[in-house]
Write a protein that binds this ligand. Sequence first.
Ligand code: NCD
Length: 317
Amino acid sequence: MAQESQTYHFPHRHLLGLTDYSTEDIHYVLEEAKGFREVLERPVPKVPTLRDKTIVNLFYENSTRTRVSFELAQRRMGADVVNFSASASSVKKGESLKDTIQNIESMKIDMVVVRHESPGVPHFLTRVVDAAIINAGDGAHEHPTQALLDMFTMLQHYPSLKGKKVAIIGDISHSRVVRSNIIGLTRLGAEVTICGPKSLMPLFAEALGAHVSYNLEETLAWCDVAMALRIQLERQGGQTALFPSLREYHEQFGIKMAHLEKYPDFLIMHPGPINRGVELESAVADCDRAIILDQVTNGLAVRMAVLYLLSGRMNER
Ligand code: NCD
């Protein structure tokens, strides 16, 4: 695990978003994650760190990677895990979020991992329960563990992110991944360009702290890393009215093998789930320069680090 610094104490009880995390905090989490990445390489990839902790995964929105990754991270650290999925719960019988969480907490819960379609739900939970809260995605607001694992994965390729050029391409206005990544990447000294159709660009895009481009070709010529994002149809009321068609989107903003041949250096990332043939040509997702599955593996280590740091265990060392 990371070296304990004489002067630095991890100051957080929750991970609601990277907005609250300083450059030093982010470096500290990523350093801690390196230790857990090594644990994952062992024949028995487990540590007993959270043996006496009970954690609830409260998922009000669909999820594959993030939910499985959090659950595996918790189990690999020996925690008791309860999975709550809104579609199979009393939420369907009209129970409020506050009642649901207070009832769950009465069962002596230490930490809650929450994903919800409404921005601000993780913040709200900190006011109604005592458990440590981890945001696993709140609407189009933040997805901090995704950005942490993305930065961790980039740092496996570069000694530092200072001056690195990261392009985030796709549905910018509906993405929580982009917001957390811009905050984290710029704190670590990277330059970020967001690229996509005008209709999928937020009104105050520059205020996010990134360059804005509507030209894929120029963006790919510029970047060291190209992170493609899914078109979030479910957050657009299920319609494609914001652009002519998925085929046309792919024509203009999909990353294709031809781009890889033309620009031989940039790495390809994607938070998943990928819509093959839309944001990435299928062969691009499977090529050597795509580090998408490394992102998934690293997600486990980063989430183990976050769980450990927020469990209060550190203070007992
Ligand atoms: C992202 C999410 O849920 O925000 N996925 C993820 O967590 N791996 C991106 C997406 O849904 O497209």
